[in-house]
Design a protein around this ligand. Structure first.
Ligand code: SF4
Length: 425
């Protein structure tokens, strides 16, 4: 078969959700993509995924696997955990939530602890947010707080801020002031117009000072580096529109101050007195934001929901993932590799069902594993960008024959619904 170039294709390699990729396909494999992005290259790979179906480690038919999964789950009503893992569409996530409702299950997702802290802070304080398009077109000051988007979000700076020309920033990069704040090992980007380096224990005092300046509170003389933080706040107040950019999905290596997200929200909100400002939270890919969107529209809460009592209940202070050992069954929908370590010890005691991309390769000892395609590569639907903008997916390997995650989860729901409903008593 001769190679073909497909596009535009939406990428879920990170939360930027770039929807302008051209993908080259030959013999059912992805051979190239442009514009080049190392994270996209790794996420798409060559597009091949396994297509196994396993019950107790042995090959099985899909129907037998669904029957076994439904038997396990139906026996765990009121004591089941449903985990929304990445790389499935929001339609698949919504069906999984209908299943969780029927099972009176607890629901958790791959939302990191740091992102959870940001969601909770936003519920307490409110959040001045904006789409990435608004930042691109309006932000003439960009404050990178303890993050250089380059490694994990390679095209953020070129697509959104500070590099591109915007409708209200016709000079592009030269029309924007870029401020880079580093906190301990969390470095801001190089080549900024203004740089500030803080020790970890100076971070929250600096944010407090900046917020106080934005609110117009008199502070008197300040020691270094808080005086520099105050000067930066003064500069931001003179901008027409400020984008405050931070990492909402950091790796596990470093302990971030748990009040960072709260401090940044407070600063962005306060800047909306003297000027306009928005907080841009960098989120990982695979439609993680979609899980929060689906949960919110179906239950009113973005995470940590339990259907145990028959209606949605919110328990944001305890992650269901960490309490998985107390459950009678665990259903993971999506790419299980992202949640495998959190479920490791529970999986040794509790039967696990996995439906999603590379289910058969997950390190979890699964009772049932059903491989599916990846949303955005093999399967269409909708995914949410880091700024909660929904994007239609245009999978380049839709014809490659991978099993549909959305259809498989729907078939599992049907199989469970066909059984008599049991109470929790
Ligand atoms: S920046 Fe992110 S969404 Fe954009 S192409 Fe790269 S990995 Fe994909």
């Amino acid at each position: 078969m001769s190679p073909s170039e497909l596009g535009p294709v939406t990428c879920l390699g990170c939360g930027c959700g770039c929807d302008d990729l051209r993908v080259r396909v030959a013999d059912g494999r992805i051979t190239d993509l442009s514009p080049p992005c190392p994270v996209a290259r790794a996420w798409f790979g060559d597009g091949r995924v396994p297509g196994a179906v396993r019950v107790n480690g042995r090959d099985a038919s899909v129907q037998d696997a669904l029957r076994e999964a439904a038997t396990v789950l139906a026996g765990a009503v009121g004591r089941a955990l449903v985990v929304l893992a990445p790389d499935i569409s929001v339609q698949a996530q919504g069906t999984a939530l209908a299943l969780a409702d029927r099972l009176r299950a607890a629901v958790d997702s791959a939302t990191s602890d740091a992102a959870a802290a940001g969601l909770l802070a936003a519920q307490r304080r409110g959040r001045a947010a904006a789409t990435l398009g608004e930042l691109r077109n309006r932000a003439d000051a960009v404050l990178f707080w303890a993050v250089d988007p380059g490694p994990r979000y390679p095209r953020y700076q070129s697509r959104y801020a500070p590099d591109p020309v915007g409708t209200h920033v016709p000079e592009g990069r030269s029309g924007r002031t870029v401020i880079s704040v580093s906190v301990g090992a969390d470095r801001g980007p190089g080549s900024a117009d203004v740089e500030l380096v803080l020790a970890p224990d100076q971070e929250i005092p600096a944010l407090s000072v900046m917020r106080a300046v934005a609110l117009g509170n008199p502070l008197g003389e300040l020691p270094a580096p808080l005086d520099a933080a105050a000067a930066i706040a003064g500069r931001l107040m003179k901008a027409r529109y400020v984008a405050v950019v931070h990492e909402a999905e950091p790796g596990q290596q470093q302990a971030r101050d748990r009040y960072r997200a709260e401090g940044l929200l407070g600063l962005a909100n306060a800047l909306n007195g003297p000027t306009r400002a928005a907080l841009s939270s960098l989120r990982a890919g695979g439609n993680r934001n979609g899980a929060e969107a689906a949960l919110t529209w179906q239950t009113g809460y973005p995470m940590a929901v339990s259907f145990e009592g028959g209606t949605p209940a919110y328990a944001p202070d305890r992650r269901a993932l960490t309490g998985a050992e107390a459950m009678s069954a665990i259903l993971v929908v999506g790419a299980a590799a992202t949640v495998a370590s959190a479920l490791e010890s529970a999986a040794a005691k509790v039967p696990v069902i996995v439906v999603g991309p590379r289910a058969s390769e997950a390190s979890l000892p699964a009772r049932v594993a059903i491989d599916t395609g990846v949303a955005g590569i093999h399967e269409g639907g909708t995914a949410y960008r880091m700024d909660d903008v929904p994007l239609p997916l245009s999978p380049p390997l839709a014809e490659a024959g991978a099993r549909s995650a959305a259809e498989t989860i729907a078939a599992l729901l049907e199989e469970v619904l066909a059984r008599p409903e049991r109470g929790t008593g």
